[in-house]
Design a protein around this ligand. Structure first.
Ligand code: AP5
Length: 247
């Protein structure tokens, strides 16, 4: 049965774009999609934090901006996203978690896909159009999710002290590492991140809605219920799109 399920889901799904405010569950759901369809999760926040951790030129520039909860300039994002999307393991599809985050980034991504994928004589199976899923969550719930979030620095597993606590306080269930709080999950930074979402990222949803490419999902529910609905959206998108599920 396990093999049947893997064969059924390890197929090309094209780009899956997760939109939503900080704390909506983009990272949580991206991991589920990545596991089920065996495609990479591309989280621009993680890519940036990796640059910050390694002290690269980009990381040095991004660190102060991220610490204030503001968005990193579009021009800095395009390079790291283009490099990542050109990697071989993106051929069957990928989940974008945190990108695009401005209307300009959404336009850039469309142009990138058009030029690098759709216009090229690549396999039909690589030409699945993106499915865009917007996660909707109430503001008060977002605050609880962000202030309660903890993660394991070793295996990356996410916890929440309110909704999904570890078995032993502050220790990872898997490897017993001491859990950490993300630098920008401090209350004074959270308000800046939510404000950036309102002014700069909401227009991204408008951009995709105007093109009838946006599917809204109520993410103010137990994680498994949200995951089940998202899998349904991806499966029906594959059946409906021009690749006719052949991908
Ligand atoms: P980024 O890392 O992308 O952070 P974010 O968008 O603020 O989103 P979060 O990671 O906080 O939340 P999430 O939606 O992934 O929720 P999660 O699954 O973790 O960006 C960080 C910074 O990088 C930005 O501020 C910006 O400076 C910069 N940046 C990144 N991308 C950029 C771009 N494209 N352009 C410019 N700048 C960029 O869940 C949160 C918590 O809730 C967890 O504890 C989880 O366990 C819990 N939870 C999840 N789902 C549920 C549920 N259904 N019920 C109960 N609890 C739940």
């Amino acid at each position: 049965m396990a093999n049947e399920s893997a064969n059924d889901t390890a197929r090309n799904i094209g780009p899956v774009i997760l939109l939503g405010p900080p704390g909506a569950g983009k990272g949580t759901q991206a991991k589920q999609i990545a596991d089920r369809y065996e495609v990479p999760q591309i989280a621009t926040g993680d890519l940036l934090r990796d640059h910050v951790g390694r002290g690269t030129e980009l990381g040095l520039e991004a660190a102060a901006i991220m610490a204030r909860g503001e968005l990193v300039p579009d021009e800095l994002m395009y390079g790291i996203v283009a490099t990542r999307l050109r990697e071989a393991n993106c051929q069957r599809g990928y989940v974008l978690d945190g990108f695009p985050r401005t209307a300009a980034q959404a336009g850039w991504l469309d142009a990138f896909l058009e030029k690098e994928v759709f216009e090229k004589k690549s396999e039909k199976s690589q030409k699945c159009p993106p499915v865009v899923i917007q996660l909707l969550v109430d503001y008060t719930e977002l605050l609880l999710r962000l202030t309660g979030r903890r993660s394991c620095p070793t295996c990356g597993r996410l916890y929440n002290i309110h909704f999904q606590p570890p078995l032993v306080d502050e220790l990872c269930d898997v490897d017993e590492s001491k859990l950490v709080i993300r630098n920008d999950d401090r209350e004074e930074v959270i308000s800046g991140r939510l404000a950036a979402y309102e002014t700069e990222t909401k227009p991204v949803a408008d951009y995709y809605r105007a093109q009838r490419r946006l599917v809204a999902v109520n993410a103010d529910r137990p994680m498994e219920d949200v995951t089940a609905e998202i899998f349904g959206v991806i499966d029906s998108h594959c059946k409906d799109s021009h690749c006719q599920g052949g991908c």
